[in-house]
Design a protein around this ligand. Structure first.
Ligand code: SF4
Length: 355
């Protein structure tokens, strides 16, 4: 990388080298030390993130404190474990008390195109997870908790570094159990110049009471809608029987807060709801029902990413019905259903690799 770069790495140089490495070693995303990058706020003209107003009034700090207090008898997510995270206790998510552990922070070029643009989605992978799916595609981070201990100041600095390097947003992966840390870090980062939209990249299984504390802070909600059937969510996600119902309600609240996702003129998303649905083998996610629900409860131009990349990893082989990739027919059936239901804003990935 050094051969073709000047001593002070520019954004252009960084992107060229990232692209070269990306195509050379074929990784979906990369962790790089981006050093002294050129400063720029890559959000398009006239954009102001939602949180800025609440930061200026002091409300953002208050909301962060309210979420922090909830961890004393933790109810940040639908598990409502009631453990005292202030005293170092862990609940189902296995987050170690209030200690913040981050796995990686980097521009991600494998996310939805309107989040990626030219500069990448500024992704921060938080460790641990409350949903604990047997087929977790990110299991080393979410279940094993692989990452490094961090603190709120460093978390804020990460956000600012991603902005400096030219990313279009701050994409917080698996944020629910760290929502208090997130708000504290945004408050610090906003004071130091953060102006990128916040992407709340969650499993969708959220409590309404907590989502209401995020109102006016999150710009883009990026929830999954994984299951239609509560027997399935209970079976594959450690007893999360309430997933279908609570996720439906959570998605409606997210839509109320940010509305339909519409990209700006340059194609970059700045605000709105973007739903993800991972098609699973043998219809374990109830994909067609999920499409019916979206079409019946949200505007027809709601952004829906129908994902084809299911891979049987982690404990998926404990369940014969989960132990293979999906077929092309399974994927196409879901896409056809979504179209039949009148959904018009579908992110349909290439599925040429499916058999
Ligand atoms: S965030 Fe973790 S500790 Fe808190 S209720 Fe959820 S699973 Fe339990």
């Amino acid at each position: 990388m050094k051969e073709s770069c000047p001593e002070k790495m520019t954004r252009r140089c960084f992107l060229e080298n990232t692209a070269k490495l990306y195509f050379t070693i074929g990784l979906p995303s990369l962790f790089l030390d981006y050093g002294k990058a050129e400063a720029s706020v890559n959000t398009g003209s006239g954009f102001e993130p939602a949180y800025l107003k609440l930061h200026k009034t002091g409300e953002l700090k208050k909301r962060a404190e309210a979420l922090w207090a909830i961890m004393e008898s933790c109810e940040l997510c639908p598990r409502r474990c009631g453990v005292n995270r202030h005293k170092g206790m862990s609940g189902v998510c296995q987050a170690p008390g209030t200690t913040l552990i981050i796995s990686a922070s980097h521009p991600h070029f494998g996310e939805e195109r309107p989040l990626v643009g030219e500069g990448g989605s500024g992704t921060i992978f938080l460790t641990h997870c409350n949903l604990r799916c047997a087929f977790c595609q990110n299991w080393k981070i979410a279940n094993l908790g692989r990452g490094s201990e961090s603190n709120i100041d460093d978390f804020a600095s990460m956000m600012l570094e991603l902005q400096e390097i030219g990313c279009h947003n701050i994409n917080l992966v698996t944020p629910t159990h760290y929502s208090a840390h997130i708000l504290k870090a945004i408050d610090i980062a906003a004071e130091r110049g953060l102006r990128l939209p916040i992407v709340y990249n969650s499993s969708g299984w959220e409590r309404l009471e907590i989502l209401k504390l995020l109102d006016g802070i999150v710009d883009i909600y990026l929830p999954d809608y994984k299951y239609w059937d509560s027997d399935m969510s209970a079976k594959y996600s450690e007893g999360a029987e309430s997933y279908p119902e609570m996720t439906g309600k959570a998605i409606l609240e997210m839509h109320r807060q940010v509305g339909v996702a519409k990209p700006a003129k340059d194609g970059i998303m700045q605000r709105g709801l973007m739903i993800r649905h991972l098609v699973m083998p043998n219809n374990t996610g109830g994909s067609e029902k999920v499409m019916e629900w979206i079409a019946g409860n949200l505007p027809k131009d709601t952004y829906v990413n129908i994902m084809a990349q299911y891979n049987p990893v982690f404990k998926a082989y404990d369940y014969p019905e989960l132990s293979r990739r999906i077929t092309k027919e399974e994927y196409i059936k879901v896409v056809e259903k979504a179209k039949d239901m009148g959904l018009t804003n579908l992110d349909i990935q290439g599925y040429w690799w499916l058999k």
